[in-house]
Every structure is written in C-alpha cells, then in structure tokens.
Design a protein around this ligand. Structure first.
Ligand code: SF4
Length: 461
C-alpha cells in the first residue's frame, strides 16, 4: 500500500540529521532527559515560526501500522510479517504504543508552546492497518479525539487489504466515526495479482466496497500499472473493473521496481520482464482517458475523483499542511520542521519506553528547500501552482525585500518566459496569467520531473 506520500528515504535510523535536536539513541542513563531537552529546544523554534505566521495551517494525523500478512514481491515499505518484534512491538500491543507516541507529541507541543488545532483528517496507512482488530484502530482514533480533538466533519480513512475486512469489521469502523476506506485492489486480473504476490481476489474488493457503501463509508481503490507481463488489455480490464465498483475515488500508480525486493531480484536475474517506460506511459494515458470519460477528474497526478470525493488528507500533504506522524518510520511535519520516527518497530518501542518522542532524525528546511518542496508538490496538482506567489514567498523568507524588488521583477519576467516555453511545448497550461498559476497538461504529467526541474532552474534553486 502507498502509506504516506512523503519520501521514506530518511527513515533508515542513521543519524542523518543536521541540527542540534537530532539524535542518535544513546545508552547513557540520562539519555532520555538529554533527548527531551533537545526536542524541546527544536519545538520552541517551531513555536516561534508559528507565532510569526498569520494563518494556522490545517493539522492532520497519520498512523503507520507496520504489519502485513505477507510481503508482496514488489514492496519495500516499512512493514513486517512477524507478529512480535520484541520490546513490546507486537501486533497485539501496537495500538497501546501508538497512543503513547501521540500523547508524547501533544506534550511536546504544549511544553514548546506550539499552537494546537483539532485534526481535520486522520489516516491509517501501512503496512496493513486492517490486520489489527477494529477495536485497536478505534482506540487510536479515540486518542486523536482526546489528544488533539477532531474537527466536525473530519475525514477519517483507513487503508485496507481487501481480504482483511468483512461486513462486521467495516460496520464497527463506521460506527466509531471512520468515513472512508482505501482498498488496495491493484489489479482485477488474477495473473497480475499473482505476479504482484497479492493475497486477495477481486471478489474480496467487490464485497469490501459493497460493505463500505452499506454502512455509509466512502471507498477508494488503489491500482498499480506496469507489472511484469501485464498487457494493455489486462490493464484496461482492471480500470474497468474499478469503475464497475461504483467508487468515486481511484488512485493509479506506476510500479516502482526496488532492487532489494523479491521482484527486483527476479527482474535483475532475467526471470521477470523489466517494467517499460513507454508501456507505463500508454497505461497512464489509458487510465486518464477511461476515468475522464466516466466523469472523474484528476486532482493530483496519480489521483482521480468525481462528485468532489477527493482525499482531503492527501491533498493536505501536497498543500503543505502540518501533520503528526505516529508509528515506526512515520514522518511529522510542523512548520519548517521535519521529523521521522525510528524505522524498526523494536527500536521505536524501546525509545518510547525511554520517555522521549521516538524520532530517529529531525531537520529544519530553509527557504530554498521550502520553495523546492512547494514547487515539487504544487506542480502535481490540478489546481496548479502560482509561480509569482512562490517567488515572493522565497524573497520574503530570505529577507531580501529591499534589494530584491528589482530582482523579483527580473525573476518574474524569466518565469513568464519559461511559462511561455512550457506552454508552447504542450507541457503546462496557464490557469491564471497574472499570478503565473500553471498546471501540467497530460503530456506534462508524463514528464513532470522535467517540468519541475525547469521551473526550479528558472527560480535559481
Ligand atoms: S500489503 Fe503488500 S504492498 Fe501493501 S504494505 Fe503490505 S507488503 Fe507492502
């Protein structure tokens, strides 16, 4: 499953941080108090930034549940098939540990003076959250209610492997306030599901979506295209099967081949065909066309929705919301601070017992990095990105106002020239000429990295 749409590269438990609040787990007796002091110092800097910002950002909560029944051959997510990993990090105890993590985060916010607002969305990802009993997910959701509060009408989603939920499970979640389930369907074709090592069948997906509808939950399905041996016709069959479910949200991701996975090894030894860029581009165009015809609109490069049923949680990531990430390897994002929990559940649990937030690393992004993030995320969205606004933000953050008004004019002129070029190459369309708000065209979505690179170059990043 997709988990959080934030790079997981940093979550390798090395001390790969560059500020004083980062830490390497230390064995001394007072390690806990040293860590708490460092985390508090970092929190105070975040609080200062928040006070200087005029508008609070939406706040979201993400739980990473790092357990699966079996590892799919293509997956390199932070997930484990053992039921007990030591130090209390077992499936049965996971919810208790997640509750402790949430309480520690809130205490840190309060001690540092970071303003709190109720969560607008909660998302359970993994791993397979629904491998846990429904009561455990509810316990974690209730913790969000008591620790931060939940906005009225908050979106509460869990990812689900279709063969881990039944009617009763879904009814229990609905009763407890869950509003949405994201099913890992991936394909409707048995041969492709086998290639992907998936444990479910399409019949499980049909039953899951029907149960969700019966109890008033919105459903989404995730699809994967480009599995070795998958034909264009088979991909078409999967997209049509997803449409037949009657869901209003579909995500489609190109298969990413990770060399360390079982599939990666099979491909490198020549026993499986390598995914092909042209094939994946054809399949992307196909899903976009089939979904558009069925009344869906893309709102992010890999996500389509109709009747306004976008994933508010994921939109928050792309719009630079703030969020608390809870669970092994989960990322938190407060202002310009990024923090990531220790990746291995056993070490994560051990650090929780030591009394501090189980982060394995932290960093604060500077103005230039922040612009880079905003550009990379904003150019994935149908709503597009205002290049003028991003340029102005960058100048402001760098305190260059006086000298820079002429520089800013020069940069805006350069960006206007770039937008002209990108439009004439069919890579972007202009949503608003005055604010230089652009969005990628279909061609630009296929070549999104190139568009981002050219925009960042023109901004001098
Ligand atoms: S269900 Fe498969 S793809 Fe999803 S996290 Fe588990 S192992 Fe990975």
């Amino acid at each position: 499953m997709k988990g959080e749409p934030v790079t997981n590269d940093r979550s390798n438990d090395t001390n790969d941080t560059n500020d004083t609040s980062s830490f390497r787990p230390v064995a001394s007796a007072n390690a806990g108090s040293i860590m708490r002091a460092r985390q508090l110092e970092l929190g105070r800097a975040v609080a200062q930034d928040s006070r200087e910002r005029s508008h609070p950002r939406p706040f979201e909560v993400y739980f990473h549940v790092p357990f699966c029944l079996r590892r799919c051959g293509y997956c390199d997510f932070n997930t484990y098939t053992a039921t007990d990993l030591g130090e209390g990090a077992s499936r049965g105890n996971f919810a208790n540990l997640a509750v402790q993590d949430a309480i520690k985060l809130r205490r840190w916010q309060d001690d540092a003076g970071i303003p709190t607002v109720p969560a607008s969305t909660v998302f359970f990802g993994g791993g397979t959250p629904t491998i846990l009993p429904a009561k455990d997910l509810i316990k974690m959701l209730d913790t969000v209610r008591s620790v931060w509060g939940l906005e009225p009408g908050a979106e509460v989603t869990t990812e689900a492997n279709p063969d881990t939920v039944d009617d009763r499970y879904i009814a229990t979640l609905a009763e407890a306030g869950f509003t949405r389930i994201s099913f890992g369907m991936q394909s409707a074709v048995p041969q492709v599901l086998r290639t992907l090592d998936r444990t479910h069948s399409q019949a499980n997906v049909v039953a899951g979506v029907a149960a969700a509808e019966k109890y008033g939950l919105r459903s989404s399905v995730d699809l994967i295209y480009g599995a070795p041996g998958e034909s264009v016709d088979q991909w078409c069959t999967s997209v049509e099967a997803a449409l037949d479910l009657g869901v209003n949200h579909i995500s489609a991701y190109a298969l990413t081949l990770e060399p360390t996975t079982k599939m990666g090894r099979l491909v490198s030894s020549g026993r499986l065909a390598s995914p092909d860029d042209d094939d994946e581009a054809t399949k992307y165009e196909m899903v976009d066309s089939l979904l558009s015809t069925a009344g869906f609109e893309w709102y992010e490069i890999s996500n389509w929705a109709r009747n306004g049923e976008v994933s508010r949680h994921n939109l928050g990531y792309w719009r630079n919301a703030e969020w608390a990430g809870i669970g092994p390897g989960a990322h938190s994002h407060y202002g310009d601070m990024r923090a990531w929990d220790t990746k291995h559940p056993r070490m994560w649990a051990k650090q929780l017992h030591s009394g501090y937030i189980p982060w394995s690393g932290t960093e604060r992004v500077n103005a230039v990095e922040s612009v880079e993030e905003t550009v990379m995320l904003g150019l994935r969205l149908h709503e597009g990105l205002s290049l003028r606004k991003v340029s102005e933000q960058r100048r402001k953050a760098q305190n260059e106002d006086a000298v820079a008004s002429s520089d800013l004019g020069t940069q805006i002129a350069a960006l206007r020239g770039l937008v002209g070029e990108l439009s004439s190459e069919g890579l972007v369309e202009v949503v608003d000429a005055e604010s230089l708000r652009i969005r990628p065209t279909l061609h630009g979505r296929l070549l999104n990295d190139l568009v981002i690179e050219r925009v960042l170059d023109a901004m001098g990043n």
